[in-house]
Ligand binder design. Sequence first.
Ligand code: ADP
Length: 447
Amino acid sequence: MFNKILIANRGEIALRVLRACKELGIKTVAVHSTADADAMHVRLADESVCIGPPPARDSYLNIPQLVAACEITGADAVHPGYGFLSENARFAEIVEAHGVKFIGPTAEHIRIMGDKIEAKRTAEKLGIPVVPGSNGGVSSEQDALRVAAEIGYPVLIKAAAGGGGRGMKVAKTEDDLVEAYSTARTEARNAFGDDSVYIEKYLSRPRHIEIQVMGDGKGNAIHLGERDCSLQRRHQKIWEEAGSPALNAEERDRIGGVVAKAIADLGYAGAGTIEFLYEDGEFYFIEMNTRLQVEHPVTEAITGIDLVNEQIRVASGATLSVRQEDVKFNGHAIECRINAENPATFTPSPGRITYYHPPGGLGVRVDSGVYQGYSIPPYYDSLIGKLIVHGRNRVECMMRLRRCLDEFVVDGIETTIPLFRKLVENQDIANGQYDIHWLERFLASKP
Ligand code: ADP
């Protein structure tokens, strides 16, 4: 087992990883920018290293500084969390070249799945159903028009290097497509430095359902069920559930089995998520994330499995601690992403938290790095915490969530808590009847 893990991240996820390390008896190194000197993960770590000024490119994305921090502290592994360098194959290669274990899959697997065209091709080869579209990239306007005519409008143009919901354009007609093709390429070049694009059938009312997987790189892999992440704003998730209100146990076992086999065949090591769109009873692969996800706690709640502990164990060379037949799904869990944002306009609201009272009680988990008196810096994303609620069934879970949202107090800044208070009162949400467009429609109605 590792002796000391450097956590190459900040905020709630740095704290989440730190907690898993402590429970494994592993020493921790926190890294931070000058803006994060007072952060909770820095306070609780055994050691901390300042790696640069506030902008992420100079600190949390600064590979030479992170490698130096490993060397100074003698860390023998790095956990990248999510975001920042977590899906950067070069970072994984560089730390390993310095004799430090990257807690995640191989650089090769990160690279394949990071290119969405390559990822789709690989998924298809492994027997996973994919969204109909161009087989590979589209190289010209003519090519794009030909593919779109074949699969039928509307279509979606997506950037091969896309992420975070950026680099996507819908086209309903040939004229739309000609324009969308060139704007998508320009935007992709500007945002990701790569203008490769591909085309997919635009599904009109799917749900976003993803499967959590875990492999040990030795040919063993399991799935841990699904998460429904259909409640999205600008393709960004805000509320996640395990299991999905739309799936039954047979459907879960079927798609889970297909995915677990594919991951085993790939020889994948560590945690991963296979994302699908689900419409009319069919699953369509869209992408794979080769890291821990923000919404992983809902899976932990219904399976009782600590995913970060398992990631660390697998990276240290152990085989998976659970077999598929040991994975039992228990009850229902919902996560709300608490952002420091105006709940109607979503404008960021950094600043000092003057009063903080998180909810508690049975079945309640709050993952957050904030505390009373903490100042949220303006430089990073606005996620300040996650409220995760577990109940014996969805009805109990919703009642508990309503109770927790009533208890939650964060003063001094604006948060998205009032939006969630509206969502728990909504009949469609109560019925579990929503698709990926539901939230945008709800917000447009100015609730
Ligand atoms: P990113 O990597 O930027 O998050 P994804 O490929 O995961 O991009 O897609 C993000 C979201 O965009 C999905 O959850 C879904 O809401 C929407 N989306 C993606 N592909 C399609 C599609 N073919 N049809 C309809 N919506 C889509």
